[in-house]
Design a binder for this molecule. Structure first.
Ligand code: NDP
Length: 449
């Protein structure tokens, strides 16, 4: 059951749904933010007068393009590329690129919309955007990946620039893809413009701790939520979905802080290892050999592989969804709460359905929505941009400390805002309102554009 909107926000929601037909994930993301904004419009009538919400819901620019490329057999393949430049009130558009067969405009718009508020929460000067393609990197050779990235950049480069739009990675786009994209951008423009992409290799403008940042940041956020409840991660049993970039580094930091992760997954199945996930093995399988998580069980006889299993059925105290949108539904959320889950930190974007969010909020567990909890990735991308602008490179420890400070700050902002609006500890409300007000104020200052 969705939360009731007031008359004004309901009218805005209906208009967004009608103007963007068939884009269910985008509708969901907009509705979730609107649910928090009723009291904000009451407190700041100038936002309503200037139609700030209506303007935020309409991307500044949407680019859709053809990406033709040839596979290893010489067959011509055609994919569709997207870049949605959502909002530049606070800085250049910033947000990752996703390569996954499920990508269509509605997914990119939901991600870009979320990104506006997430980026505002970091306190860094970055606007919101997102892009990607319905290209499926799974099973493709290295040369196919390179040819695809090169063709994608031939079109995308027109719209990028260190002061205009700065993409990074997301699902299916990691260090290798960023390398090919950067190489092609450099070749086309004849400029070594480090600040045009983030997530770069360490030897050519990348930042230490960027790879780790989203997963680590999510765990820092969890740590802060537990601190408010006079609790800690020490000794907690955790479940982390996915086994990609975010999942791997969430597991690493959870282990470092004394928790034990007993399960992770990919889109084919779940690994349950009661003694604790062997992260070195996951890194080797996923980062180096690009294999499936099922192979984990061939190295650890006491681990169990559950093909097509539901990771949320595994009892845990802490859940860290780090795979994809809507991976926890209402039933999963109920199972988690029933099994004793006390905290959820969302590494992924919008991984919990509205029904699931309601279960977590009603149960009053510590629930950190992705917009706040996974902001460490983009925040560290902004730190990478800072280093590029200063032609500098910071140590891992220095960068990680900054990340920790930013996540602690985001937690404090979201918590204090939730208190201010009479819902202490509701981080959904706190994050939505704090992010929105920052963007709205800038938009008011910039006039009607
Ligand atoms: P990766 O591609 O590195 O890993 C994604 C993981 O999730 C893989 O294990 C993948 O399994 C699994 N997965 C992806 N899609 C599905 C699906 N439809 N059903 C089940 N499992 C799926 O991506 P990231 O780790 O970078 O991203 C994970 C999430 O974190 C996304 O929601 C992303 O938007 C979010 N995020 C990422 C940031 C970053 O810095 N990378 C920053 C902030 C948020 P398989 O290999 O089988 O597909």
């Amino acid at each position: 059951m969705a939360v009731q909107l007031d008359e004004r926000t309901e009218a805005i929601y209906q208009q967004v749904a009608a103007r963007n037909p068939g884009e269910s994930e985008f509708h969901q993301a907009v509705r979730e933010v609107l649910e928090s904004l009723g009291p904000v419009l009451a407190k700041y009538p100038e936002f309503a007068e200037r139609k700030i919400i209506e303007r935020i819901c309409e991307p500044e620019r949407q680019i859709i393009f053809r990406v033709p490329w040839q596979d290893d057999k010489g067959t011509v393949q055609i994919n569709r590329g997207f870049r949605v430049q959502f909002n530049s009130a606070l800085g250049p558009y910033k947000g990752g690129l996703r390569f996954h067969p499920s990508v269509y405009l509605g997914i990119i718009k939901f991600l870009g919309f979320e990104q506006i508020f997430k980026n505002a929460l970091t306190g860094m000067p970055i606007g919101g955007g997102k892009g990607g393609s319905d290209f499926d990197p799974k099973g493709k050779s290295d040369s196919e990946i390179m040819r695809f990235c090169q063709s994608f950049m031939i079109e995308l480069h027109h719209y990028l620039g260190e002061h205009t739009d700065v993409p990074a990675g997301d699902i299916g786009v990691g260090g290798r893809e960023i390398g090919y994209l950067f190489g092609q951008y450099k070749r086309i423009t004849n400029r070594f413009e480090s600040g045009v992409l983030t997530g770069k290799g360490i030897g050519w403008g990348g930042s230490l701790a960027r790879t780790e940042a989203t997963g680590y940041g999510t765990v820092f956020f969890l740590r802060e939520m537990l601190k408010v409840r006079k609790d800690s991660l020490e000794g907690k049993t955790c479940v982390v979905s996915g086994s990609g970039n975010v999942a791997i580094y969430a597991i690493e930091k959870l282990h470092e802080l004394g928790a034990k992760v007993v399960a992770c997954s990919d889109s084919n199945g779940v690994i349950f290892h009661e003694k604790g996930i062997d992260l070195d093995l996951v890194k080797r399988l996923k980062e180096v050999e690009r294999r499936r998580i099922a192979d984990y069980a061939t190295y650890h006889k006491d681990a169990k592989y559950i093909a097509s299993g539901n990771i949320w059925d595994i009892p845990c105290q802490i859940a860290v969804p780090s795979a994809t949108q809507n991976e926890i539904n209402g039933k999963d959320a109920k199972t988690l709460v029933k099994n004793g889950c006390i905290a959820v930190g969302e590494g992924a974007n919008m991984p919990t359905t509205p029904e699931g969010v309601k279960v977590f909020l009603d149960a009053k567990i510590a629930y950190g929505p992705g917009k706040a909890a996974n902001a460490g990735g983009v925040a560290t991308s902004a730190l990478e941009m800072q280093q590029n602008a200063g032609r500098d490179s910071w140590t891992f420890e220095f960068t990680e400390k900054k990340l920790d400070g930013i996540m602690t700050g985001i937690h404090a902002t979201a918590y204090e805002t939730s208190e201010e609006f009479g819902a202490a500890g509701n981080y959904v409300l706190g994050a939505n309102i704090a992010g929105f007000i920052k963007v709205a104020r800038a938009m008011v200052a910039h006039g009607l554009i």
